[in-house]
Write a protein that binds this ligand. Structure first.
Ligand SMILES: Nc1ncnc2c1ncn2[C@@H]1O[C@H](COP(=O)(O)OP(=O)(O)OP(=O)(O)O)[C@@H](O)[C@H]1O
Length: 706
């Protein structure tokens, strides 16, 4: 990655004196990160040792420009700058100074090392702690998936740590703001009790979930003279990018640290705060300007051209019902196109047809196009991908919340694990076996897999349900085909051999052998399928991580099987938070929820906003056990959250999305509407109303000119 010719403000930032602290703010895409990179280059060229430079970000993905630069412009031998989030910094520091703080922080085994939990392993332990409460009838009145229940409880803990209040006050804060039916209040007390029990369990077993890592850092390490001295001596220069997406805890630390740094560049995106659900607080970020020597404002976005900017401003005004015809310029119409449809499939067709025209007639690279919706349901994603495939246009999708268990390859592996471990007493269903056979055995279609199932399924009392292929009648064998039969037999024998050895392997080891010795071989479904191989690798990694942190439970229960426990959790949906990194096709149309697109911060030329009538563009996801706005520093505890606040925050969130998207669009927006939505109903959400308002004003303006 080579850097562009810098404009004067960028050069001014980069070359500012080595003892200067600058607060840099501007629109998204105005060249601020590039200025941050230029500063990094200048620091290095000025002879500052790389290891004295701290590059702090709210989220690891936002560090990509810095990683790309360092990958393509290798530094001379020696140290590297530290690129880290507050969470990462906490983890590193805890690892170094654990013995110094473990006892005072209340851990029951201060001389034993801590176990860092990932989101999914934290969910596992949360499930362990909450299960006895559920048996007593806790959360009975809530209709909510188990994994959502656990993740909202963890979310509450994270908010307490990131915003900076005691986790013991969570229930009370939520109760005080609650304005709905009073029967609901009890769930906040129940949540509080579970949260308290979880924290106690973590302290008793040296487990560190994200919230505890942050709290240890803020309340113990950062308060320790020894640790602070170590950090402050090690890092002398700071580049802190996208500070508006970070949480108050990070801002507090940096606020205290700034006077000690030799130099600092703090980069603030206007109109940001998209990670509000993860504690982002632009207001607290803005306060950091007070600790800097200088505040520099960047010129407007380099990405967003004037017509898009005017469209943005008109649409935002229309959301606020303040749009007048005087504000509409003739250029605005070149910024967007309306793609109306009556029915949902028709909308999908129109979108794909327009993309086809862009790609095949106007030679637009597929990677310059993004299809965005508030939520991307599996069926919508599937129909878009399919239609685009028909047009021979590559597409890729972002679904951060995709569960590992939803992947067919994972289901297949799990079915095989169940077959290989009859003593777990988790026999797979016929349906699971049939899908496994289709996925595993190359060229076996559903009809023949069904036949194999019907003829090859052993009687109920057998512990191993797959009969030998030879026992199937000759007619059946012929229809299934002998080549498929051969593969079936090899797989069956592999499983039987494993069972007969009578020794349970660790589940990750079991999968690694099964994959290597059978599934990846020619004639089997995983052969030459990179996606399946990568999903298998992720599953193995997930189990390994699980295995590492399960020790406290394993040591207390003789005969405990990690594999069995893991599968139980997967089946209950507890372990589903795993983030699948898709095998990225670079030059492909991106299909993504709008929020993920904004957060990933990669602008495109063309955007399609799907289903503008959807309330999801405006309305916040219902979270019965947590509340991103109430559990924030900007909320006065004790106040009631009423419809007024709900309306106002939804308005603000829609405006933030409109700005977030348009700032990342360099040419044209297609607004796609469908009279009847995916579920067959008519929906007229706020984005659609605002857009219709804009169209009305444009008509009025035209009529006035005639
Ligand atoms: N001096 C320059 N000349 C030409 N292009 C530039 C210049 N500086 C930045 N750019 C380009 O403008 C785009 C936006 O730059 P950059 O990512 O630095 O902006 P930003 O303000 O940090 O945006 P964000 O806040 O969204 O991260 C990038 O594609 C970058 O390569």
């Amino acid at each position: 990655m080579s850097l562009p010719e810098f404009f004067s403000t960028q050069r001014q930032i980069a070359e500012s004196p080595l003892n200067r602290k600058i607060f840099l703010h501007g629109e998204p895409g105005s060249g601020k990160t590039t200025a941050g990179l230029a500063r990094l280059v200048f620091l290095l060229e000025s002879g500052i040792p790389a290891e004295q430079i701290l590059i702090l970000l709210p989220q690891r993905t936002l560090a990509q420009p810095y990683y790309d630069y360092l990958a393509q412009n290798p530094l001379p031998p020696g140290g590297l700058p530290t690129i880290v989030t507050l969470g990462g910094l906490s983890q590193r520091t805890i690892q170094l100074f654990w013995p110094a703080i473990s006892a005072e922080a209340g851990f029951a085994q201060p001389h034993q090392p801590p176990l860092f939990l990932t989101l999914e392993t934290a969910q596992y332990y949360m499930a362990k702690v909450v299960e006895p409460f559920l048996d007593q009838g806790y959360f009975e009145q809530l209709v909510i998936d188990r994994n959502r229940l656990y993740s909202q409880l963890l979310d509450n803990l994270n908010k307490a740590a990131l915003v900076g209040f005691a986790h013991t006050t969570l229930g009370e804060r939520l109760k005080q703001a609650w304005n709905g039916q009073s029967q609901h209040l009890i769930v906040f007390d129940q949540a509080q009790e579970c949260i308290k029990a979880f924290r106690e369990y973590c302290l008793a077993n040296n487990l560190l979930d994200f919230s505890l890592q942050i709290e240890l850092f803020i309340h113990h390490l950062w308060r320790s003279f020894l640790v602070r001295n170590y950090l402050q001596t090690q890092y002398r220069h700071l580049i802190y990018d996208n500070i508006e997406e970070d949480a108050p805890a990070a801002h507090d630390v940096i606020g205290e640290w700034l006077p000690i740094f030799d130099s600092a560049v703090l980069i603030f995106d206007l109109h940001g705060g998209h990670r509000i659900f993860l504690g982002a607080d632009p207001q607290s970020a803005a306060l950091l300007a007070n600790f800097c020597d200088e505040v520099v404002e960047f010129p407007p976005s380099l990405i967003c051209p004037p017509p898009i900017r005017q469209f943005q401003s008109a649409l935002v005004k229309s959301v606020q019902r303040q749009l007048t015809i005087e504000e509409l310029t003739p250029q605005i119409k070149t910024a967007f196109t309306h793609l109306p449809a009556r029915f949902y499939p028709e909308m999908v067709d129109r979108v794909c047809k327009t993309i086809d025209e862009l790609v095949h007639q106007k030679q637009v690279a597929p990677c310059e196009i993004a299809v965005l919706a508030p939520f991307m349901s599996d069926s919508l994603r599937f129909s878009l991908m399919n239609r685009l495939e028909e047009y021979q246009i590559p597409a890729r999708s972002h679904r951060p919340s995709r569960s590992l268990y939803d992947e067919p390859a994972v289901r297949t592996l799990i079915t095989l694990a169940k077959l290989a471990h009859p003593h777990w007493e988790m026999p797979p269903t016929r349906e699971e076996i049939r899908s496994m056979l289709v996925h595993c055995i190359a060229d076996l279609d559903l009809v023949r897999a069904d036949l194999l199932m019907q003829m090859g399924f052993a009687a109920k009392k057998q512990s191993f349900p797959l009969r030998p292929f030879e026992e199937i009648g000759a007619g059946g064998r012929e229809r299934i085909t002998y080549s498929a039969g051969l593969r079936y037999s090899r797989l069956r024998e592999w499983l039987l051999n494993y069972i007969e050895r009578g020794e349970e392997e660790e589940l990750d080891v079991f999968f690694a052998f099964l994959f290597g010795e059978v599934l990846s071989q020619p004639g089997y479904g995983f052969h030459d399928h990179l996606d399946d191989a990568s999903v298998t690798a992720r599953l193995i990694e997930s189990i390994q991580k699980f295995r590492q942190v399960i020790e406290p439970v394993r040591s207390q229960q003789p005969g405990f099987s990690v594999g069995f426990e893991y599968l139980k959790m997967v089946q209950q949906g507890v372990i589903s938070a795993l983030y699948l990194t898709p095998v990225e096709e670079e030059n492909a149309v991106l299909i993504s929820p709008a929020y993920s697109f904004i957060i990933n911060n990669r602008p495109v030329r063309f955007q399609f906003w799907l289903d503008c009538g959807n309330f999801g563009w405006w309305e916040r996801l219902f979270q019965p056990l947590t509340h991103p706005y109430v559990l924030s520093r900007n909320w006065q505890p004790g106040r009631l959250w009423t419809d007024v606040e709900e309306y106002e925050t939804n308005q603000q969130s829609l405006i933030r999305i409109i700005r977030g998207l348009t700032y990342r669009c360099s040419e044209h927006v297609f607004l796609c509407t469908s009279r009847i939505n995916e579920r067959g109903a008519e929906e007229r959400g706020a984005l659609l109303l605002a857009f219709q308002g804009l169209l009305r004003r444009l008509h009025q303006q035209e009529a006035a000119h005639e």
